[in-house]
Ligand binder design. Sequence first.
Ligand SMILES: Nc1ncnc2c1ncn2[C@@H]1O[C@H](COP(=O)(O)OP(=O)(O)OP(=O)(O)O)[C@@H](O)[C@H]1O
Ligand SMILES: [Zn+2]
Length: 896
Amino acid sequence: MRFDRVRLRNFKPYADTDLRLSEGVTVIHGLNGSGKSSLLEACFFALYGSAGLDGTLEDVVTNGADETEVELWFTHEGESYHIHREVKRYGDQIQTTTCTLEGNDGTVTRDGATEVRSFVVDLLRMDAEAFVNCAYVRQGEVNKLINATPSGRQDMIDDLLQLGKLEEYRERAADARLGVEDVLGEKRGALSTVADQLEEKEEADLHDRLNGLQSDLKELDANVERYEEQRSKAESTREEARDVLDRYEEKREELESVEADIEELESAIREGEAEREELASTVGETRDRLATLREKLSERVAETQLDEASEAAIEERRAELDEREADLRADRDEARNEATAFENQSTNLAERADDDAKRADEKRDEAGTLDDDVESARETLSEREDSLSELDAEREELEATFEDAPVGPGEAESHRDGVREELDDLRDDVTEVTASLSTARASVEEAEALLEEGKCPECGQPVDDSPHVDTLAEDRERVSDLEDELADLRERESELESELARAEELVEAGNRIGELESTRRLVEDGIEEKRAEIEEKRDRAETLREEAGELDDRAEEKREIAERKAEQAEAARDRVAEIDEELEELDADRDRIDGVESTREAIADAETEIERLEERRSDLADRNGERREFLAGKRDRRDELREGFDEDQVETARERLSNAESYIEQVSGTLEQLAERRDELTSAIGAVERELDELEELRERHDDLAERVAALESVHEESEELEAMYGDLRAELRRRNVESLERMLNETFDLVYANDAYSHIELDGEYALTVYQKDGEPLDPEQLSGGERALFNLSLRCAIYRLLAEGIEGAAPTPPLILDEPTVFLDSGHVSRLVDLVDEMRGFGVRQILIVSHDDELVGAADDLVRVEKNPTTNRSSVERTDEASLADLDAVADD
Ligand SMILES: Nc1ncnc2c1ncn2[C@@H]1O[C@H](COP(=O)(O)OP(=O)(O)OP(=O)(O)O)[C@@H](O)[C@H]1O
Ligand SMILES: [Zn+2]
C-alpha cells in the first residue's frame, strides 16, 4: 500500500495544499512548527477519521475557518482509492458532512464515516490502533512498544498478525460443539424412550392374537347366515297365515256392519211414521189458533180509526201520527223556552227590585246619621255662642278699669315705663340728698365739738375771732333745708310707688284685652264653620231621602212587572202539560195500530206454519218409501254372507301364525347376541391392528433417531477436532511468530546498534523481552539508555513490519512506514545506521517510507524531498517538492 496524493484545505495550519507522494523514501523537512506532523496526521485522519486523531475534530479545523476538507488518494494491491472527508462547524457543533471512498474501477463506493472506516479496516487488516503500532511512529512515541506490558504487546502483535481471528474461530467451534452436545443429549434421551416402548410392544405377540380373532369372526359370520335364512322362512309362513286371517276378519266385519245397517233402517222407518202422526195433530191445533186470531183482528180494527186492516192503511196512519207528533213536540219546545224566558225575567226583575229597596234603606240610614251630626253640630254651636258672650263680659269689665285711668289700654306699657323711670330718678335724688345731709350733719357735729374745746372748727385755731365759727349757723340751716327736702322726696317716692303698682295693673289688663280679642276671633270663625256644616248636612240628608223615595217607587214598579212575567211563565207551563197529554194519547193510538199489525203477522205465521208442516209430512212419507227398498237389498246381502263362512280353515291359520311368531322372536334374540359378539371381535381386531401400526411407526422412529444420533456424534467429534485444531494452530503460529520475530529483532538490532556490550535479545512465548549482555546478564529493555531504547524500539517495529510483510502469505498489508522525527535521540553514527535500516526495510518490500526529519544524512538518503514552510505573516503552511536540481542545495537546507 502506498499514498499517492494528499490534498488539504483549512487543515490545521494548511490553507490549500496539494502534495503528490511517490514510492521510495520521502523526507519531509522544515522548521519547527511549520506543519510537518500535521501533514502526516492529515493522511491518517483521511483513513480513520476522528479515531485516528490525537485530539478532537475541533482541533483539525484551521483557527477562524468553518470547514475543513481532506482528500487522500492511495493504491493497494494494484487498485487505486480516493477518500474524501469534509468537516463543518455549525455554531458550537462540529460535524463530518462528507465522507466517501471510491475505487478507481467504480465497483467500490462507500458513504458515511462508519462504512468508510470499516472498509479501510478490512482492506488494510488494521484498525487505527494497529496502524499506529505498526506503521506510524508518532513523534515522541518511539518507546511505546517497549513500555507496553507483555500482554498488551501480545494483544497488539496478535492482532497485527491476525492471530486473534484464530481464537475467535476456536471459540465459535467450541460454541458449535456445545450446541451439538445439547442436541445430542436430547436425541439420545428420545432414542432410549423409543427403544423401551418398542421392546414392550414386541413382547405382546400381536400377530397370533390377530389370527385367533379373525378365525373366531369367520365362524360367527357362518352362524349368523344360517339363522337369518331360517328366520326369513318363518317370516313368509307368518305372512301367509296373516293373509287368511285378515280375509276372514274382513268378511266378519262386513256382516256385522250389514246387520247394524238393517237394524238402523228398521228403527228409522218406525221413527218416521211416529213423526208423521205427531205432525198431523200439530196441523189441527194450528188451524184452531188461526180461527181465533182472525176473530181478534176484526175486533182490533174496530178499535182503531182504520178503514181496513191492510198494510197500506197502517202505513198511512202511522205517517199521520208521526207528523202530528213532530208538530206537538215543536210546540212543546217553544212553550218550554217561553216559560224559562219569562221565569228568568221575573227572577231578574225581583232581584233588581230587592236591590233598589236595599239601596233606599241605605240612603235613609245615611240621612239619619247626618241628622245626628247636625244635632251635635248645633250643640257645639250654642256652646261657642255662650263662650263668646262670656268673653265680651270679661272685656267690658277690663275696659271699665281704664275709665278713670290716665291712659287708654294701648298706652299702659309706656305709661308704666315712664313712672318707673321717674321713680328711679327720684331714688337717685334721695340717695344724693341723704349723703349731703349726713356730710352736713358731720360738719355741724365736728364744729360743735371743736367749739366746745374752744377751737375753730375750720382751722383748729382758737375760736375767738375765727371766721369759721360764722359758717356753723349756715351749716345748721343747710342741715334743716336738706332734712325738709328729703322729707318731700320720701313723700313723692311713696306716691310714685303706688302709682307704679297701678300702672302695672293697667299693663296686665291691657294684655288680657289683647288676648281676649284674638280668642274671640277664633271662636267666631268656629261658629261660622259649624253653621256652614249644619247647612250642608241638612241639605244632603234631604237629597238622600228624596233619592230613597224614588228608589222605593222604582222597586215597586219592577215587582209588578216581575209578577206579570211569572203569570206568563205559568201559562206557558200549562200549555206544555196539555201538549204532553196529547202526546200520550198519540202513543196509545200507535200501540193499537201495533196490535193490529202484530195480529196480522201472527195470522200469516200460522198459515205458513201449516204449509210447512204439511210439506214435512209428505217428505217423511217419501223417505220411508226409499228406506224400505234399501232394507230389502241389505237383507239379501246378509243372507249371502252368512252362507260363506269356513271355521276350520281359520283355526289352522291361527295355529301357524302363533308358531311362526314365537320362532322369529327366539331367533331374533340369538341374532342380536351374535351381532354384539361380532362388534366386540371387530373392535378387538381394530385395536390389535392399530397396535401393529404403532409398532411399525415406533420402529421407523427408532431407526431415524439412531441415524440422527450417529450423525450428531460424528459432527460432535468434528467440532471437537476443529476447536482443538484452532487452538493448536494459534499456539503453533504464535510460537513460529515469536521465533521469527526474535530472529528478525536480533538481526535488525545488530544492524542498527553497533555495540559490543550486548550478545542477543530474547523474546519468550509471552512476548516478554529481555536483552542479554555479553557476560550473560539479563537486562530489562527499560534499563537501556534513551538512544538505545529508541534504536531498540525502531528495531522491534521494523521486525514486526517485516514479520507482517513476510509472515502472512498472500496479500500482506504493507502500509507506508511513517517515522516522525526518529533521530531525536541518536548520535550521528547511529543516524547513519538508521539510513541503513531504511535501506534494508525497502529491501524487505516496504514500498513507501515517509520520514519527518532534519537530519542531513536522512535527507541525503531521500528519493524525494518535501519542504514545509510557514508564512510568518499569514501563519499558513505550504509544501513544496524539491526537484533533482534543488537536491544539490541540500547542504544549505540542512544547515538551517
Ligand atoms: N487548528 C489550527 N489552525 C491553525 N494552525 C494550527 C492549528 N493547529 C495547529 N496549528 C499550527 O500548526 C503548527 C503545528 O504543526 P506541526 O506540529 O505539524 O509542526 P512541525 O513542523 O511538525 O513542528 P516540529 O518540527 O516542532 O515537530 C503550529 O505552529 C500550530 O500553531
Ligand atoms: Zn513535529
